[in-house]
Design a protein around this ligand. Sequence first.
Ligand SMILES: [Zn+2]
Length: 427
Amino acid sequence: MVQRKVNYRLYPTAAQLSALEHQRWVHCLLWNEALAERRRAWGERRESLGYSAQCKRLTEWRRQSKLLRSLNAQSEQVTLKRLDRAFQHFFRRVKNGEKPGFPRFKSLHRFKGWGYKAHGDGWRLLTHERMRHGALYLAGVGKVPIRGQPRTPGTPKTCEVLYKNGRWYASVTLDCEPEREGGPRMGGLDWGVETLATIASPEGTETIPNPRPLQRTLAQLRRAQKSVSRKEAAAQRASGKQRGFPVSNRLARAYREVRRLHEKVARQRKDCLHQTTAALVGRYGALAVEDLNIKAMTAHGGKRKRGLNRHILDAAGGAFHQMLRYKAEEAGAWAMEAPTRDLKPSQTCHACGRQAKKPLSQRHHACPCGASCSRDANAAKVLLSWLERQLAGREPAEAWRAISPEHSCVDPARPVKRETPPIAGTA
Ligand SMILES: [Zn+2]
């Protein structure tokens, strides 16, 4: 049994819209009130209030306040739980000697939404076959039409209602039985930017290009960003100010367009990542990928990615690996993370192991030993031979069991944090 999230877009009527807005406002008030209470308790009596203490207070508050009573009680506890988590996070960072941000009061503008605990308590999902489209019943709002579909249907567990850029979404967590089977081959995979990925296997090398619709949107985005900087520059010249210049309607429209395209790119990329990772797991029983931490990415991502939407690409790299990992896990296949720092896939020759620094602009690999191929193909081949050394001639699944007694899909020698940053706009 695994947990998956599915996002539905909500299409509320005008009346439902104001009911949604109302609930968001009340949850925001509750957040601020609960935060104020924690601060008071600490300031006046050095008492640190916990989640359960605040839940007790909530029961009293609900008795006194008609506003709070008008909302689902469980969902109000979820808001308290979120506040509690913000505090836990704060304390953990203090303990680790990091620079913590104290949980803050939120304006409605910054307040994203609220959640529910159990299916049937304040919310119910009413969808068609394979949980495609339908309606979401929310207490106090009614049946809101929704569109969306999970990749694997399952039992709805919890729900979050989100407001973003003028749109409403529901992110529903499902318990599901994955339906997947891993392929027989093994391969080394180099995650790219110009191409989506290059895979080397004993049978040969293949590249997966960035999908065309995505390329089109990226080009649109580039144009929209140029238009914004042109308009900004004109406004700066006209007002004589670097910052705080007046935003004309035209400029505001251009900002909106960039935001819209950013979201579209994120959506298309995520879609394409889902399809690609599913196809890869279907064909390969074991895949070696680079151990991608974002720091290393930015360090060796360097110039090539700077400027053009780097954060989208970086986040997608993390999301790609995360999807690959969990899909491999579902299929009983293996996505293993190679130790990038020791292995240096792009600086090492796949044929003779000679290491030489290549600038990022150098897209071809040519070695004194006679090896010659593209930079990405070379990196993929280095990863493949690392994988072959790990598996040492055994069947992938069997070999993995020999390496790791638990069903875990990361290299046991290098435990990897599972918290890969999601692509903007997804859960
Ligand atoms: Zn060589």
